[in-house]
Ligand binder design. Structure first.
Ligand code: PMP
Length: 380
């Protein structure tokens, strides 16, 4: 199996697993049960991880709430904010992840007004549309930092400049960015940011929501009621191994940030060059590969005349994705590719590839060979 679906999820790194293991079998006390020394130790470990994670993403410990992942973080950010304010207008983009789009759609059903920003052919939000859309009653602007299908990195400074002329809160789904590019949440000047362990060689089922406390303090209404963990914002026994794994994954990403993106970006470019050499009418979806506005591990292409899903099935040794794996429960054509202007045939003929620190040159050339052979068999 050649795994090229690292936008969907990643392999847990060995050092991450090693860091987590003692918290399953030895240090397993409930960190909320601080009445005993056992629990105090795990609580201290959780707080150490919180401090380290906060430092890695450029915020303070008090600004991190642990969740089960970005789906929950996005829901808490959006629903938690909406529940607390009177303003009724929300701005988002057409290319967000379903875990942002769906809670906003639910809010729309309850009477909120929603503007979904247009994007250009590379997936950048239309800044004029953003500026025009902001109203005195705009409560929330939610725009992802990096797109999970076509790897677009938004022009963040310009987005912030526009949003900060208003009172609106700014949320970013940073799931695909944190761990892949250097991110300082303070520098980004956001109010809320979501991220997840399993996109950066950490474990599944753990993530965090950054909630700004410095400057304008952001207040949310809890969405999960119970024991009052995480200062009452997210009840539930903390996933201690997961939290320690999230810390280890971020540390690993930071250690390798000066070499993995360059090395794997080069492999990704070679992979695309080989595919284009063999399939000259292949088309790239999203920003140019040498653009600074594209994630280094992402590739998304139209294979003209062949269904992406059929091609993926014909080439089962290579794990890739047609559309977005995250919304694969509904086999609907990708809303992201439609938003960047691809017609239905092009959307259906698209495949997404995501490389990682584990991807090798040998895997890339074998994958290209298998995909090209399958394409030639299938092409009418
Ligand atoms: N946002 C984006 C951009 C994603 O890629 C994903 C994962 N597919 C999510 C949110 C959801 O994250 P999780 O799997 O941690 O719930």
């Amino acid at each position: 199996m050649i795994y090229l679906d690292n936008q969907a999820t990643t392999k847990c790194a060995a050092e991450v697993v090693a860091a987590m293991l003692p918290f399953f079998t030895e240090e397993y006390a409930n960190p909320s049960g601080v009445a005993n020394a056992f629990g105090r130790r795990t609580q201290e470990r959780v707080e150490a991880a919180r401090a380290s994670i906060a430092a890695q993403v450029g915020c303070q410990s008090s600004e991190i709430v642990f969740t089960s992942g970005s789906t929950e973080s996005n829901n808490l950010a959006i629903n938690g904010l909406l529940a607390r304010h009177e303003s009724r207008h929300i701005i988002t983009s057409q290319i967000e992840h379903p875990s942002v789009l769906a809670p906003i759609e639910q809010a729309e059903r309850r009477g909120f007004t929603v503007t979904r920003l247009l994007v250009d052919s590379c997936g950048h939000v239309d800044l004029n549309h953003l500026a025009e859309s902001i109203r005195p009653d705009t409560l929330l602007v939610s725009i992802m930092l990096a797109n999970n299908e076509i790897g677009t990195l938004q022009k963040w400074a310009q987005i912030v400049e526009i949003v900060r002329k208003s009172e609106a809160f700014l949320h970013t789904d940073a799931t695909q960015a944190i761990g892949k590019i250097p991110v300082s949440l303070s520098d980004l000047d956001v109010d809320l940011a979501s991220f997840s362990g399993h996109k950066m060689h950490g474990p599944k089922g753990v993530g965090a929501l950054f909630i700004r406390q410095r400057g304008r303090r952001v207040r949310l209404t809890q969405q999960v009621y119970g024991g009052g963990q995480e200062k009452g914002l997210r009840s539930g026994t903390l996933n201690v191994p997961g939290i320690v794994g999230l810390e280890a994954a971020l540390e690993l990403a930071a250690r390798e940030m000066d070499q993995v993106p360059a090395r794997i970006g080069q492999l990704r470019n070679e992979f695309f060059a080989e595919l284009v050499r063999q399939i000259p009418d292949l088309q790239l979806n999203g920003p140019a590969l040498d653009s600074p506005d594209r994630l280094w591990n992402n590739l998304n292409c139209v294979f003209p005349g062949v269904e992406g899903q059929t091609l993926a099935l014909a080439c089962e040794q290579v794990a890739m994705s047609s559309g977005s794996a995250c919304s694969a429960a509904h086999a609907e054509p990708s809303h992201v590719l439609k938003a960047i202007g691809r017609d239905l045939d092009e959307v259906r003929s698209s495949l997404r590839f995501g490389l990682s620190r584990f991807t090798t040159a040998a895997e890339i050339s074998a994958a290209a060979e298998l995909i090209v052979a399958a394409y030639r068999r299938l092409k009418p």
